[in-house]
Design a binder for this molecule. Structure first.
Ligand code: 11C
Length: 338
């Protein structure tokens, strides 16, 4: 059946990808309702070759909505999700607002699509760096099991939004022209201190936590347990921002519970839903963010056994953070709802 679909945050970096994804996947949209703050209301977006006017997000704007895709920040989600649900919509929320709420399924369809059925009006989309890691780990979990994962991320600036992407481009230009770069957004817009990302690497994604980790790192720890429904899984994460526009990369080390041979591992990854194996170091074949940009899959390469622990496995995992890390995953969930 055809649906009325609201997009909250329609003018943002993920909002734009949500629109393109609904078009590309031919989602059965009867009416598209783009919503945003008062500031963006009145502007237009393009959907299926038509200009659609963005409306101000108010509780009443969700009247008659079947599916609401939220991507306008955690505070906005907290404010409007209950209003949308009250009016009969199912919310797929891209923010951190409800992910760890026991009443809210946290879903990556390749891993736990069955959780979608348990929703009570809200379904949470995990954090982008978690999504691509769990898609790559799923075939290994099913065949070999594991309890220990160590991950270091190399995250693209688009994870911080459209303004941060613009800042990186301007900084790069300024530095090459011998000028002082302007730094207002990275690593976290809301904090007082800012550093240039151009020609740099910043070991901080999201705000600090009391345990010395960042919120982004702790999202990877908590969300992975919830998505696999397995509290024994221990993740140790270091999240780093690098001057890449689109596509997060991750160095993932996992200790499997059973002995394995490398051909079994490659076979499992090759067969896995949503995974593309690009793994031939001798021929210089491996995933890179430039190649993953604009694609929906998770790319895995540099697959190799640890030199110390025979059950340890290293791999390099790359995916477009705005697509599988956000918009594609949200639209896949919406497709299951349909
Ligand atoms: C980043 N992972 O790359 C973040 C962006 O919790 O949904 C998404 C933040 C979130 O900075």
């Amino acid at each position: 059946r055809e649906m009325t679909v609201a997009i909250l945050g329609a003018s943002g970096a993920v909002g734009e990808q949500l629109l393109r994804n609904l078009e590309a996947r031919n989602f059965p949209v009867k009416e598209l309702r783009p919503l945003a703050s008062k500031r963006s209301a009145g502007k237009t977006i393009r959907f299926r070759n038509e200009e659609v006017v963005i409306r101000e997000a108010t509780p009443e704007a969700f009247e008659g909505v079947d599916i609401a895709l939220f991507s306008a920040g955690g505070g906005i989600s907290k404010m409007f999700a209950p209003e949308a649900v009250k009016r009969g919509a199912v919310v797929v929320d891209n923010t951190n607002a409800f992910r760890m709420d026991p009443d809210v399924p946290l879903v990556v369809p390749e891993v736990n699509k069955e959780a979608i059925k348990k929703h009570k009006g809200i379904i949470a989309n995990p954090n982008c760096s978690t999504i691509q890691m769990v898609v790559a780990l799923k075939p290994l979990y099913d065949r070999f099991g594991f309890e220990r994962v160590i991950v270091s991320t190399y995250q693209a600036v688009s994870g911080s939004g459209a303004k941060a992407m613009k800042e990186l481009e301007e900084q790069s230009r300024a530095i090459l022209e011998g000028q002082e770069p302007r730094t207002e957004v990275m690593p976290v817009g809301a904090l007082d201190k800012h550093y240039p990302l151009a020609f740099n690497a910043i070991p901080q994604c999201d705000v600090a936590q009391e345990n010395g980790y960042t919120l982004e790192e702790m999202k990877m720890v908590r969300e992975t347990k919830k998505i696999f429904s397995d509290d024994r899984i221990g993740v140790s994460a270091t999240c780093v921002r690098v001057p890449v526009l689109r596509g997060h990369s991750e160095s993932v080390y996992v200790e499997l519970n059973k002995d394995f041979d490398m051909e079994e591992i490659r076979h499992a990854l090759r067969e896995a839903e949503g995974v593309i194996l690009e793994d031939d170091i001798a021929a210089q074949v491996y995933p890179m963010p430039l190649n993953a940009t604009g694609k929906d899959e998770v790319f895995v390469g540099r697959v190799r056994r640890d030199t110390v622990n025979p059950r340890g496995l290293n791999m390099w995992v790359v995916s477009d953070n705005l697509l599988k890390g956000a918009a594609t995953n949200a639209v896949q969930i919406a497709e299951y709802l349909v």
